[in-house]
Design a protein around this ligand. Structure first.
Ligand SMILES: N[C@@H](CCC[C@H](N)C(=O)O)C(=O)O
Length: 257
């Protein structure tokens, strides 16, 4: 199958991006999606994203994890597809698009995309971690020595033992100051550590606010792939006006024969 694709990255979280407005992509072929994402036998990516037409918004985002299965919301992927939509001439500086968790709005200035996330009203706080859904399910745990931390083995173990077959994404966090933290994430569906996770850092920022570890309304999150910002408004219900802010770029384009 001849297929034109684009390769994108948002703070090192990388995606195969495909313009599927003609509807020609074999959407139920799990093996094909995972093959395209394979780093040795394919293009190589943490996930694959289809841009499709929408009747109510500028476009629609369909996201697959690297294992070939449809994923839940991908924050970094959403920032990348906004950049892609501008490249295709679908939008200029503002986007409204449909994703698996509902409608999102985004703005783009240069290569920096500010993405509005869904409100979060339920954060489960336990002794050693928080659990919340920011479009994708996330476990957030504070650790010491994050740089040397065994994110792969600890993340995989928690993902399977605590969350069963459904799984969750596992974020490990070390504070630098009240509003700046380092984050490393083990991603469900990639089944490995990725260089950053957008819904993950969003979950981290809200977990810090919920547990009183930060008192402002903006957190800077340093991931192995770069820096993201999350801002939010705390209400009596939970959190609203949540924005995930950071860069995204096209890396290359190509054809799959
Ligand atoms: N990398 C993503 C998260 C993608 C979703 C996840 N792997 C899942 O299906 O659980 C992000 O940037 O949010």
């Amino acid at each position: 199958m001849q297929l034109q694709f684009y390769k994108y990255q948002g703070t090192g979280n990388d995606f195969v991006m495909i313009d599927n407005r003609r509807g020609e992509f074999p959407k139920n072929n799990t093996k094909f999606v995972s093959r395209l994402c394979d780093r040795k036998f394919g293009i190589g990516a943490d996930g694959l994203i289809l841009l499709e037409d929408s009747e109510t918004a500028n476009f629609s985002m369909i996201y697959y994890n690297a294992d070939g299965n449809p994923g839940s919301m991908c924050g970094n992927g959403a920032r990348c597809i906004t950049h892609f939509a501008r490249f295709l001439g679908i939008i200029e500086a503002k986007a409204k698009f449909e994703a698996v968790d509902g409608v999102h709005h985004a703005t783009i200035e240069g290569d920096v995309i500010s993405l509005k996330m869904q409100d979060v009203n339920n954060i489960e706080v336990y002794n050693h971690y928080c659990y919340l859904n920011t479009g994708s399910p996330h476990h957030v745990a504070m650790v010491t020595g994050l740089q040397e931390y065994d994110v792969f083995n600890e993340g995989r173990s928690l993902r399977n033992s605590l969350y069963g077959t459904e799984g969750a994404n596992i974020n490990f966090v070390e504070a630098i100051s009240e509003d700046t933290v380092n984050v490393r994430t083990y991603e469900r569906g990639v089944e490995d550590e990725t260089l950053s996770c957008g819904t993950g850092v969003t979950a981290v920022a809200l977990a810090l606010a919920e547990t009183g570890m930060t008192t402002g309304n903006e957190v800077s999150l340093q991931t192995p792939g770069g820096v993201l910002k999350v801002s939010y408004k705390k209400t009596t219900e939970g959190y609203e006006d949540i924005f995930l802010i950071g860069p995204a770029t096209m890396v290359f384009k190509g054809e799959w024969e």
